[in-house]
Design a protein around this ligand. Sequence first.
Ligand code: HEM
Ligand SMILES: *[C@@H]1O[C@H](CO)[C@@H](O)[C@H](O)[C@H]1NC(C)=O
Ligand SMILES: *[C@@H]1O[C@H](CO)[C@@H](O)[C@H](O)[C@H]1NC(C)=O
Ligand SMILES: *[C@@H]1O[C@H](CO)[C@@H](O)[C@H](O)[C@H]1NC(C)=O
Ligand SMILES: *[C@@H]1O[C@H](CO)[C@@H](O)[C@H](O)[C@H]1NC(C)=O
Ligand SMILES: *[C@@H]1O[C@H](CO)[C@@H](O)[C@H](O)[C@H]1NC(C)=O
Length: 336
Amino acid sequence: MGIPSLNPSAMAAALRALLVCFAAAFFMEAAQAQLSPNFYQKTCPKALPAIKKIVKEAIKKEARMGASLLRLHFHDCFVNGCDGSILLDDTKNFTGEKTAPPNLNSARGFDVVDKIKTAVDKACKANVVSCADILAVAARDSVAILGGSKHYYPVMLGRRDARTTTKSAATNNLPPPFFNFSQLVANFQSHGLNITDLVALSGGHTIGLARCTTFASRIANDTNIPATFAASLRRACPPAAANGPAGNATQPLDRTPASFDTQYYGALVQSRGLLHSDQQLFGRTANAASNGLVRLYSGNPAKFAADFAASMVKMGNMKPLTGKQGEIRNNCRRPN
Ligand code: HEM
Ligand SMILES: *[C@@H]1O[C@H](CO)[C@@H](O)[C@H](O)[C@H]1NC(C)=O
Ligand SMILES: *[C@@H]1O[C@H](CO)[C@@H](O)[C@H](O)[C@H]1NC(C)=O
Ligand SMILES: *[C@@H]1O[C@H](CO)[C@@H](O)[C@H](O)[C@H]1NC(C)=O
Ligand SMILES: *[C@@H]1O[C@H](CO)[C@@H](O)[C@H](O)[C@H]1NC(C)=O
Ligand SMILES: *[C@@H]1O[C@H](CO)[C@@H](O)[C@H](O)[C@H]1NC(C)=O
């Protein structure tokens, strides 16, 4: 039996099959450039324990540091994707994100990130872990330490670090506390995140503090706030002082700022959100989906934990630099 000669249509089919093969190979190549939970398993199995150790020590020293580290990851991801850009100090070549209004006098934890980077490089005996991945892991560890094991979730890894950034990117992409509901929804949508993500991730405000200046307008002007709650906040944050040095005084974002729990949502149901933007998610300002989710999370810690984790992974996947893009920074504050 000889080799059958191919008729034209069989020939076309064979060609198509070949093309499918090339396409599959191409996408497998692309898939290797995606994030994976095991990214450092071969190159540095000690990386994640080394990060957790420093995060634990920092939170033991000051519980708020867990909140500050969580916020750094959020502020990193919303500005050009999760690329460690928020960590860059200003250089001759660019003015970075640290002096942009959403970060100035409020973003903190940079010293702890430096400490983590030094410890990780020592554990790995090489510079293999990106600053962007350090932020993603430190955020997860902070949440799990302050919220317990139900808040542990696998972090996707393999991000690389940006070589540059701009102050305006931070100013334009981070949502300010005076946004209304539709502005918050639109901002999250512009980052590929929907209303479930908006409500679940705003639960980050179950830990940490906010400066008086960020909610001065809410306690002076908002009507969706109990009078006694507003009055007690005005005593802590006198309106006349809000734009002076006293504007740096802080209040807890919920009643248990060192516990990653569902108190934040319980407060929203009572119109006791601290920030204007928080309270926009519940009540007549919000839509049915948002109201439903706030109510759901307020009474269902397990559902909150699951949805928060899923939205954190989604946020962490935003436009990562992978493969040969960007670099692994030697020092998180500077391009190599
Ligand atoms: C939905 C839109 C959001 C707005 C408008 C917003 C706004 C703010 C503001 C104004 C502060 C206080 C900053 C200051 O004192 O100057 C703050 C703190 C904080 N935010 Fe948000 N935020 C939002 C979403 C998020 C998300 C998605 C997360 C994390 C998943 C997050 C985590 C935090 C944490 C943990 C703090 C406290 C930080 C500390 O104590 O150091 N925020 N946020
Ligand atoms: C600034 O950019 C130039 C040219 O790209 C580069 O050679 C130099 O190292 C950069 N300087 C800093 C401080 O990043
Ligand atoms: C929210 O703010 C935008 C921009 O200021 C405004 O156009 C819109 O009417 C506001 N929405 C509500 C419901 O107030
Ligand atoms: C938001 O997206 C997630 C998937 O990422 C989906 O499970 C969820 O139902 C979506 N929520 C809304 C309100 O569309
Ligand atoms: C309250 O609203 C008025 C009118 O919009 C504004 O001038 C004032 O600055 C607001 N108060 C605070 C403390 O922001
Ligand atoms: C808050 O503190 C910073 C320094 O930490 C200072 O530069 C700033 O002026 C203070 N803000 C206000 C409103 O006084």
